[in-house]
Design a protein around this ligand. Sequence first.
Ligand code: G3P
Ligand code: MG
Length: 249
Amino acid sequence: MTSLVIPKVIGHRGAKAYAPENTLASIHAAADIGVEWVEVDVKLTKDSVAIIFHDEELERCTGAQGLVKDFTLEQIRELDAGSWYGESFIGEKIPTLEELLNTVLERGMGVNLEIKPCPGREVETAEVMLDMATRIWPDDRPPPLVSSFQHVSLETALDMMPEWPRGFLLEEHIGNWKEIADYIKAATININGNKITREELEEYMEYGKPILAYTINQPDKARELLRWGVDSFFADNPDVILEAVETKH
Ligand code: G3P
Ligand code: MG
């Protein structure tokens, strides 16, 4: 197994503070400011194609009415995923996973693929995602980190591609987290950095795996969590957070 090297800061949904989230423009924005890794959200179209999108509903990021799960890829491709963000992004599309991975590779970055299934598609989303990603991703590059809030998606990832590290995403502290982390053989613990208490963090640290905190956009918060023991951060403004955690204060 390749040893896990995760950078201090990962661009959240690309670089969400500078370009429409989860688009290729967002990946390029992250690359342009020197970000080493990006995180994106993966779900399926109605016809089971893996695309990069966060919400179940299309409206916030495209203005369209309806649910992602009810739109085919052809219909999804007609939508504009950039104009809601700003005029210079008009015409930006929702990318397929294939396009996303090729862009990440072209720009020499690493990636955290978050499996974000529509309800009921937890296994299928993981399967389609890993099928595509394992075909595209070269063996000589550090493998993607595969994360999810959905335990069954992580279980599927473990079955299909045990060599690729899994990030166990936690929305809040739960009593049986260690059992689940053991079961899915978690390589990282990905916590909500804006909710966690120091005591909870100490419990996670005892587990001995890297701790990644989402979504941290405030330099002071990043420095506090770094002092507490967090290893890496997801940030919409990854350049700002990188500067904050690399500078001594
Ligand atoms: O993977 C970190 C973070 O992206 C999890 O939350 O809702 O932004 O996908 P969310
Ligand atoms: Mg995410």
